[in-house]
Design a protein around this ligand. Structure first.
Ligand SMILES: O=C(O)CCC(=O)C(=O)O
Ligand SMILES: [Fe+2]
Length: 325
């Protein structure tokens, strides 16, 4: 495979269930073979995506003090603005060069889910930008409706009830909308050969829906280890499988490593991943239909919250080791 498939999912919105099947088969094949696809016909207009990128640009152009006032480091539930660039510890070996903003459902600290799992639930930090909170929340709703359609298609493809996955997204799920700005690296920064704007990683959750601007640079690792480009396709969203869904499906669906190539000097890049993650107490036990003689059960049962928190912990340990090195 040298490209990721582009699939028009408009038939999934048909009232006639028979129309869904050809699209479901294409999605299923992409999830098994490469874990990455691009979708069109998802119902979010180019105009809406453009207005979100314009909002993102305005957001990141705010003065540093305004962004620092909503620093993710001051949030107990991973919401707000983060900059790896500003915290670069070793300028001769710079890693990712990006700033981010994370938001999710805005939940009062007294809500039972926030009481039960304060590391994943709580308030957002929006700052002062006019209209920002409303636009982010409206876009979050649009993306969630696409995510539900995709999760329903995957459930049907795997021979499960239509709502096998979506039932864990009816309320208090932990999906996160992130905006990313990859600024140009400073002229005096020494960049190692092969340095990436975003290093190779897999995503934690069930699926990710990604909007990218027209700069390009996203690459996906294929089964043979080679890197293939996932170039911008106008109006599309990139969809990829995350580790939690790979685990749930006993590796039938693949969570694939991806990275973003370093940008040409002076270039800015903007992207917007939406990490689709179910309620913290979702039981994630290997789906029976994904177990066979050739593919025996590989994983112990876990919960969504336990899994996501273990991945956060691993990331922090890794970063800590990195800093100590
Ligand atoms: O910026 C991109 O295109 C990819 C971002 C990404 O993979 C991530 O944030 O998990
Ligand atoms: Fe990613």
């Amino acid at each position: 495979m040298t490209t990721i498939p582009v699939i028009d999912i408009s038939a999934l919105s048909s009232a006639n269930r028979d129309d869904w099947q050809p699209v479901i088969a294409q999605i299923d094949q992409a999830c098994r073979e490469i874990g990455f696809l691009a979708i069109t016909g998802h119902g979010i207009s180019q105009h809406q995506l453009d207005s979100m990128f314009a909002l993102s640009k305005r957001f990141f152009e705010q003065p540093m003090a305004a962004k620092e006032a909503m620093a993710i480091a001051n949030s107990s539930n991973h919401r707000g603005w983060g900059s790896h660039g500003a915290e670069q510890l070793d300028p001769s070996n710079p890693g990712d060069w990006k700033e981010t903003f994370d938001m999710a459902m805005d939940i009062h600290p007294q809500h039972p889910v926030a009481q039960a799992c304060p590391a994943l639930y709580g308030p957002n930090q929006y700052g002062e930008l006019s209209g920002f909170q409303q636009q982010m929340n409206q876009h979050y709703g649009l993306l969630m409706s696409v995510a539900r359609r995709m999760l329903r298609a995957m459930a049907i493809a795997l021979g499960l009830e239509d709502d096998f996955f979506t039932r864990y997204f009816t309320s208090e799920h932990i999906s996160v909308l992130r905006m990313i700005h990859y600024p140009p690296r400073p002229a005096d920064q020494v960049v190692a050969e092969g340095a990436m704007a975003a290093g190779a990683h897999t995503d934690y959750g069930c699926i990710t829906l990604l909007a990218q601007d027209d700069v390009g640079g996203l690459e996906v690792q294929s089964k043979d280890g080679s890197w293939i480009s996932a170039p911008p396709v106008a109006g599309s969203l990139v969809v990829n499988i995350g580790d939690l869904l790979q685990r749930w499906t006993n590796d039938v669906y693949r969570s694939t490593a991806h990275r973003v190539r370093n940008l040409a000097p002076g270039k800015h890049r903007y992207s917007m991943p939406f990490f689709v993650e179910p309620r913290y107490d979702t039981p994630v036990a290997t789906i029976d239909a994904c177990i066979s003689a050739d593919n025996p059960a590989r994983y112990e049962p876990t919960t969504s919250g336990e899994w996501i928190l273990s991945r956060f912990a691993a990331t922090y340990a890794y970063r800590q080791d990195d800093a100590d090195a």
